[in-house]
Design a protein around this ligand. Sequence first.
Ligand code: FMN
Length: 213
Amino acid sequence: MQFPLERPEYSSPPLARADLHSDPVAQLTTWLEEAGAAGNPLPEAMCLSTVGEDGGPASRMVLLKGLQPEGLDFFTCLESAKASHLAADPRACVDFWWSSLHRQVAIGGQVEPLRRQVVEEYFQSRPRGSQVAATASRQSHESSGRQELEERCLEIEARFKGLPIPCPDNWGGFRLAPDRFEFWQGREDRLHDRFVYLPSEDAGAWRIKRLDP
Ligand SMILES: Cc1cc2nc3c(=O)[nH]c(=O)nc-3n(C[C@H](O)[C@H](O)[C@H](O)COP(=O)(O)O)c2cc1C
């Protein structure tokens, strides 16, 4: 397959040091809002990278479901590959890309499991079909086939007819507590603007450095 030599040309407004919030979570919140307003259908989709048992990297998309000063929350099956990775090594990175704004944000840190009450509350807020699927699926394990999976869903629907579907024990969530944020704004001729936030010596504060593109 051949790809065009130079694409796309990034022609967005500059990102200057003076434009940045001192708090990276506030900066991320602004960019998420702007990405949604610019028509990105799923601005909260992020690529999550973990470290596998063999020390190798692994990436997949997940949805950001909570953002607060303490970190970024996402939910998943606790028997999945990603959850096994995170149980053995809590280091993780997430990466957002909003193509219409030519913006990327890369965040690194360590995860901790979300409290069970938070997980159960979120599970109960999900559409019923998603609850059934999460109950039926042992994510990342070899499947016994599409038909058997669909039959398991029907059996779960019948078992809980008229009742709430309980949050499965193997379903949970994680909070990524960040120790690095990078905000990237695509610019003409690949002279992009990049700013990294790193923890400063004053607890809770961040220092900001510009990086070469
Ligand atoms: C846009 C998008 C959002 C997704 N969101 C989630 C999510 O929030 N949680 C989740 O467990 N899987 C989500 N998935 C599926 C994962 O990418 C992945 O296939 C699954 O979690 C198994 O990953 P693992 O085997 O590496 O653990 C999403 C996929 C896409 C494409």
